[in-house]
Ligand binder design. Structure first.
Ligand code: ADP
Ligand code: IPE
Length: 245
């Protein structure tokens, strides 16, 4: 049993609104299937989430403008989710999309429902989503990385994979610094620059989430989703990516 986060930077082009990358997703699914074990998936928003979240100022208090944004972002995220579910079903995997907003972003409830689906032999796939915080009259966003931590707490998987558009976690942003060094293990001196429209915390938050998941006893691999064959090299000495134990 393993858990995988498909980062928005892999499954979409983050700078182009609603630009989906179907081939990247198909190739990842092929490699996941090769592992031959049950799994649960979480995906990010990429350009289906972050661009409109920024434009409409979500998270934030409930206003007329944000109501439009909430509806648009949720529609776009469900659309992205269903495209991935279609790919799973086409590959013979019983994928089931699970929108966090229907649980008001309650991570415990989402995780439990995903477990119930896995126990029934299905492959649940949830995602970063908008949700309503009714006590404070706010619209919030749950990130795929938050969901991964909550799921790992409940499922206690032995292996967890985070796929992004770079080879792993570097000592500094590899897209800005040509001399950035890929960290085979996480180091506290690494720096993380915020990218573009990301409203949920980017690589810094991911690095902290990865450490928290590893503390639960899982081995966490951060790797390049554009080279998905590396999913099946995890654990070997030739693996390219960051490993956190
Ligand atoms: P995703 O949304 O796919 O989960 P993010 O876009 O949040 O992933 O994070 C990946 C991006 O983080 C990379 O494209 C890279 O530009 C940026 N980044 C910033 N600092 C680092 C770092 N120290 N190591 C790796 N990537 C970094
Ligand atoms: C973001 O989820 C969801 C929305 C903005 C609605 P993530 O934070 O997990 O997305 P990525 O992986 O960074 O794109």
């Amino acid at each position: 049993m393993f858990l995988v986060k498909l980062g928005g930077s892999v499954i979409t082009v983050k700078s182009r609104y609603r630009y989906y990358r179907p081939k990247a997703v198909q190739e990842i699914i092929r490699e996941l299937k090769r592992k031959g074990e049950p799994f649960a998936l979480v995906h990010g928003g990429g350009s289906f989430g972050h661009i409109k979240a920024k434009e409409y100022g979500i998270p934030g208090e409930i206003t007329e403008k944000r109501k439009v944004g909430y509806s648009v972002i949720h529609r776009d995220m469900v659309d992205l989710n269903q495209r991935i579910v279609n790919s799973l079903i086409d590959s013979g995997i019983n994928g089931v999309g699970m929108p966090p907003s229907v649980f008001n972003g309650n991570l415990e409830k989402i995780s439990q429902s995903m477990i119930d689906h896995m126990e029934a032999g299905l492959s649940p796939i949830s995602f970063g989503d908008v949700y309503i915080n009714s006590q404070e009259s706010r619209f919030e966003i749950v990130s795929g990385d938050d969901l991964m931590l909550s799921l790992a707490e409940k499922i206690r998987p032995s292996e967890v994979y985070f796929l992004t558009d770079v080879d792993g976690i570097y000592d500094k942003n590899p897209k800005k610094h040509r001399d950035a060094v890929l960290l085979k293990e996480l180091s506290d001196s690494a720096t993380y620059e915020h990218v573009g429209t990301d409203v949920t915390g980017g690589m810094l938050k991911k690095a902290n989430t990865v450490k928290d998941i590893a503390k639960l006893g899982a081995t966490v691999y951060v790797l390049n989703g554009n080279v998905p064959s590396r999913l099946n090299e995890a654990g070997s000495k030739d693996f390219i990516g960051t490993v956190v134990k």
